[in-house]
Design a protein around this ligand. Structure first.
Ligand code: ZN
Length: 89
């Protein structure tokens, strides 16, 4: 017999998908303390999510200060990548 609650109760942290789902709310301070602690722990342990939260933070900060959302060089790289994709038929 499988007790479904077993896994949920014993899961020490949230996983990447969960973090991704609540990342914006987390940054807005819209999640409860318990969940915030779990997300923070995950972000410190997980490089991918840590990077993602950094990007979100940068966008939020730049929106607030009306500065370019991302590094222009990074934007240029993205644009060129897009051009290459659409260049040849
Ligand atoms: Zn993660």
């Amino acid at each position: 017999m499988i007790r479904r609650s077993f896994f949920r109760r014993n899961k020490p942290e949230v996983d990447c998908r969960e973090v991704g789902k609540v990342l914006q709310s987390y940054l807005d301070g819209d999640v409860d303390e318990d969940f915030t602690a779990k997300i923070s722990a995950h972000l410190e342990a997980c490089k991918d999510c840590g990077l993602e939260v950094e990007t979100y933070r940068q966008i939020k900060t730049s929106l607030a200060s009306k500065m370019p959302a991302v590094d222009p060089a990074a934007l240029e790289r993205l644009r060129r990548f897009g051009d290459e994709l659409t260049a040849g038929d």
